[in-house]
Design a protein around this ligand. Structure first.
Ligand SMILES: Nc1ncnc2c1ncn2[C@@H]1O[C@H](COP(=O)(O)OP(=O)(O)OP(=O)(O)O)[C@@H](O)[C@H]1O
Ligand SMILES: [Mg+2]
Length: 277
């Protein structure tokens, strides 16, 4: 976002379902607030509402209401984590569901909301983290338009790689559409990051398909690192606890088994944080 902000926005996005956008949104924000001692707002921009459910928040007023009212009517709810608040998701959060084409600036609804609430947001939060649906809709474009960093989470398969390759074209489109109505300049100013998730290991060896996928992405200038396939990532969404919290709760002798995994994921998140500086 090309405005000097007190807070930064990190968005997890790729136009491919089931690649761990929500898993990483959740774990990234949990890690950020605990290791950096900051406050964060999360926005559930996915109509399947998985992030809202993981935080266990029931709220009547949703991201769809914010969009339907051109940013006038919104609510921010606390989560069970006192350092994290949320704008909850909505199954109606689609272009048709919020009648986005009826908005005065369809690509700038969230950007305008940021501007109108700048003081409140910068006083309360250091970080905004957004989860998205895998599409190239106008509502999703709004989420990209306010981002300082877009992190794409891929899995080792062809459709994921295609989605990553198609991303620059979508971002160019958002840049063209999301223009300040007065200066005509784009409001989009973001950096890209790429995570290779769900990499399958047999002992210390990477499986053949995962190896092939890594050879395609690991030399990319945006590559942040790999995350192995491990059952603990399934538990994180099921139990509403980050991998860091889950390991913390284990008996000491079991924690050892996860140290490399946690260090690897923290290393990736630290690179995202470094990009924010
Ligand atoms: N590294 C991993 N190892 C094992 N399971 C994983 C890993 N990452 C994610 N998963 C699991 O894969 C599934 C999809 O993850 P997640 O819901 O985060 O993806 P998503 O991109 O948000 O999906 P959607 O497109 O449905 O929103 C979940 O069940 C999650 O627990
Ligand atoms: Mg999701």
């Amino acid at each position: 976002m090309s405005v000097e902000n007190g807070f930064k926005t990190v968005t997890f996005y790729i136009d491919k379902g089931g690649s761990a956008k929500t898993t990483n949104t959740f774990n990234y924000v949990k890690d950020a607030v605990s290791t950096r001692n900051i406050k964060a707002l999360v926005i559930d921009g996915d109509r399947s509402r998985n992030l809202t459910n993981v935080f266990g928040v029931n709220g009547d007023k949703t991201i769809a209401d914010l969009f339907k009212s051109d940013g006038e009517d919104f609510a921010i709810y606390p989560t069970s984590d006192p350092r994290i608040d949320i704008i909850v998701g909505d199954s109606d959060f689609t272009d048709e569901g919020v009648n986005i084409r009826g908005a005065s600036s369809p690509y700038l609804v969230l950007f305008t909301w940021y501007s109108m609430n700048y003081q409140m947001l910068s006083e309360k939060y250091d970080l905004i983290v957004i989860d998205t649906h895998n599409d190239t809709s106008i509502v999703t474009s709004n989420l990209i338009a306010v981002s300082d960093i877009v992190v794409s989470v891929t899995t080792p398969d062809g459709p994921s790689f295609t989605a990553w390759r198609n991303l620059p074209e979508f971002i160019e489109k958002v840049k063209t559409k999301a223009r300040n109505p007065f200066t005509k300049e784009t409001v989009v100013d973001l950096k890209l990051g790429l995570i290779a998730n769900n990499i399958i290991f047999y002992g210390n060896n990477v499986s053949a398909p995962s190896k092939e996928f890594l050879s395609l992405v690991e030399n990319d200038e945006h590559f942040l690192g790999l995350i192995p396939n491990r059952p603990i990532f399934v538990s994180t969404l099921l139990e509403g606890k980050s991998i860091f919290e889950l390991v913390d709760e284990m008996p000491i002798h079991k924690q050892q088994k996860y140290q490399n995994l946690l260090a690897g994921v923290r290393g990736i998140y630290a690179k995202i944080n470094a990009m924010l500086e």
